[in-house]
Design a protein around this ligand. Structure first.
Ligand SMILES: [Fe+2]
Length: 146
């Protein structure tokens, strides 16, 4: 049980930092795809925000304490923050593809652990995220095809 709580809290940290990063990009994006990407980034961070609440409440449901401070999130995340500066649309695509791949790898590992621990609700929650990130990655990669 302890390992999965630690992993869920690391995932929660990733989501919190990723939320800030996506909104930072939403503000700082420029280039010919501005309109598309500005709107798409908002859709992404709204979804991540829902996932933040779901994961934190899931940790509570399992009888444990979710991390709740920015300091904790920064100390535990694998996601690298974006600088607060203008960024070209194509650079954002490459960057968030890497982040979604990181998240996909993490939720897949959590699902495996949840299955070992017979934590069915955790396992099925991870299924939702696996599908979500796979779909987003497929679409992002399609957009890079020439
Ligand atoms: Fe906005």
């Amino acid at each position: 049980m302890e390992k999965i709580i630690k992993d869920l809290n690391t995932f929660l940290s990733d989501l919190n930092v990723f939320y800030r990063k996506l909104q930072n990009y939403h503000w700082n994006v420029y280039g010919k795809d501005f309109f598309v990407l500005h709107a798409k980034l908002e859709e992404y961070y709204d979804k991540v925000n829902e996932q933040i609440d779901e994961v934190a409440e899931h940790i509570l449901m399992l009888g444990n304490q979710p991390l709740g401070t920015m300091q904790d999130y920064l100390n535990n995340t694998c996601i690298q923050e974006a600088k607060n500066e203008k960024i070209k649309d194509c650079a954002i695509f490459e960057n968030i593809i890497k982040d979604y791949e990181t998240l996909l790898k993490k939720v897949t590992e959590i699902k495996k652990q949840a299955d070992e621990d017979n934590l069915y609700a955790t396992s099925s929650l991870m299924d939702e995220y696996i599908s979500d990130y796979m779909k987003i990655l497929w679409m992002l990669n399609q957009s890079l095809e020439k």
